[in-house]
Design a binder for this molecule. Structure first.
Ligand SMILES: Cc1cc2nc3c(=O)[nH]c(=O)nc-3n(C[C@H](O)[C@H](O)[C@H](O)COP(=O)(O)OP(=O)(O)OC[C@H]3O[C@@H](n4cnc5c(N)ncnc54)[C@H](O)[C@@H]3O)c2cc1C
Ligand code: SF4
Ligand code: SF4
Length: 439
């Protein structure tokens, strides 16, 4: 991998990082986009449809992914880890490592012959462990780049992929490849993770098979999902009664997640509407403390769900257990009636909150900010010292933040902050260029 000299290094290829990269590249700046996964797209490419328009998510995300890959001013660096950043007189020096794909990306055509030949099946992280794929595979049908990646941890080294690959691309000898990037500015777009499914032990997440997380439900609802329809994972039964538990990982001091995650009410309402379409006979109940519909058109979206027959019940869920037939049983305090009841469902979705993405080395949630030398806010997301004056400027000159790397937000706000960070970075680069001329 050759060393690079760019105007901006964007770390993270979700919707926020892609938008920031495209905005800057369209203005003529040279951009390097570093993504640690084998494909760009972030969480958005895994979603089914998006609130408030119910547009197909792939239809919006895939053209952006493709535009990033084909832009002459963007150097797309997937499956790469940022190791360290050092300040230089004129900007930053970034040390990056290209992780081994065990496939020569210059030769691979994405034909998938290796995948068809591979005898080893592993759970697919793209489908949140619900579906399966091969130890060597193109990560998903709309992945960018369309290049195979081999999972060495699960590979049995049978050599079938190497034999079948018509391009001679499989390369078991690949090693991590370090390289360097000189850049004037950095945009942190490292995104979010869900509060862990098992964070609240009394809800049984991770233990009870039919208590799932909301990204799993996105995959059930997606046309490219693991089952192609909504089935409960415990026994493959079509659910006829489904419950959502709101604030199941937000506004909860015991979990250290005291803030509202902003999107959970809206994604639960959206999924309830989509389930009503997919399973018209199903009863859907949403247990909530408050419904927060903060954006333009969002209140109407909520009212539409009510009109479609989705039941909204104000209540505090105390615990979830399982009956003898794998059905989750919810114990809930109905706060308006002042009584506690139990109700059995086929499937329960915990509306988990947003927490900062784990760091590049997978050990702590703070290591990206640590390697960038950025302080965190009390919510553990990257701090923005002057949000009213400079909404995307970090505490360190030349480093900007966008999307859910700075806190919970939806796609609209991720795109707005991306354009804002790109605009701030562009002003900073131009100022630097002027200073260099007069120096
Ligand atoms: C269940 C669910 C449903 C949702 N539905 C909707 C909806 O319908 N409408 C809506 O507006 N919003 C919705 N959202 C919110 C939406 O998903 C987010 O607003 C959006 O995905 C945030 O994009 P992002 O780029 O900030 O982060 P991400 O999508 O998390 O992208 C971050 C990227 O950075 C990469 N990365 C992280 N750390 C590093 C590192 N150190 N080095 C290199 N790369 C790194 C990650 O691999 C990832 O690709 C939903 C959220 C959830 C949980
Ligand atoms: S060598 Fe590994 S990746 Fe290739 S076909 Fe065999 S098990 Fe699959
Ligand atoms: S590694 Fe070879 S067989 Fe696999 S997708 Fe690439 S070109 Fe096709």
């Amino acid at each position: 991998m050759d060393n690079l000299h760019v105007d901006t290094l964007v770390v993270g290829g979700g919707i926020a990082g892609m938008q920031a990269a495209l905005d800057l590249a369209d203005q003529g700046f040279q951009v390097a986009l570093v993504e640690r996964e084998p494909s760009i797209g972030g969480k958005m490419i895994t979603l089914s449809k998006v609130f408030p328009t119910l547009d197909c998510c792939s239809c919006i995300t895939t053209p952006k992914m493709s535009a990033v890959a084909h832009h002459p001013n963007i150097h797309l660096l997937t499956y790469c880890e940022l190791q360290s950043i050092e300040e230089t007189g004129s900007g930053f020096h970034a040390a990056i490592v290209q992780k081994p794909r065990y496939v020569d990306a210059r030769k691979c055509t994405g034909c998938r012959e290796c995948e068809y030949a591979c005898p080893v099946t592993v759970p697919s992280p793209f489908d949140r462990g619900l579906g399966a794929y091969r130890a060597i595979r193109v990560p998903f049908s709309t992945a960018v780049p369309q290049k195979a990646v081999l999972d060495m941890e699960n590979c049995i080294l049978c050599g079938k992929c190497e034999k079948e690959c018509p391009a001679g691309a499989v390369d078991f000898t690949q090693q991590p490849e370090p390289f360097e990037i000189e850049t004037t500015t950095i945009i942190a777009a490292s995104g979010f993770e869900l509060t862990p499914l098992n964070a609240k032990k009394e809800y049984g997440g991770g233990k009870l098979r039919n208590v799932v997380d909301p990204l799993m439900m996105e995959r059930f609802l997606a046309p490219t999902g693991p089952y192609g329809r909504v089935l409960r994972p415990g026994d493959g039964k079509e659910p006829t009664s489904i419950a959502y538990v709101q604030c199941a990982g937000s506004r909860d001091q015991t979990l250290g997640v005291e803030y509202c995650s902003r999107v959970c009410c809206m994604y639960a309402v959206k999924q309830a509407m989509l389930i009503s379409g997919a399973l018209p006979m199903a009863d859907i109940t949403i247990y909530y403390m408050d419904i927060r519909t903060f954006g333009k058109g969002y209140e109407q979206f909520y009212q539409n769900a009510k009109a479609m027959g989705v039941e909204f019940v104000r209540g505090k869920v105390a615990a979830i257990r399982e009956d003898g037939e794998q059905n989750p049983v919810i114990k809930v305090e109905l706060t308006e009636e002042g009584r506690i009841v139990e109700r059995t469902f086929d499937l329960v979705i915990l509306s988990l909150g947003m927490t900062p993405a784990p760091g590049s080395n997978g050990t702590t949630s703070t290591s990206l900010s640590a390697s960038l030398g950025l302080p965190l806010g009390t919510d553990k997301f990257i701090a923005i010292p002057a949000p009213n004056a400079n909404p995307c400027a970090s505490a360190r000159p030349g480093i900007f933040v966008t999307g859910t790397a700075m806190g919970p937000m939806d796609i609209v706000d991720s795109i707005v902050t991306a354009s804002s960070a790109a605009s701030a970075a562009s002003a900073y680069i131009r100022e630097h260029q002027k200073e260099a001329v007069y120096a």
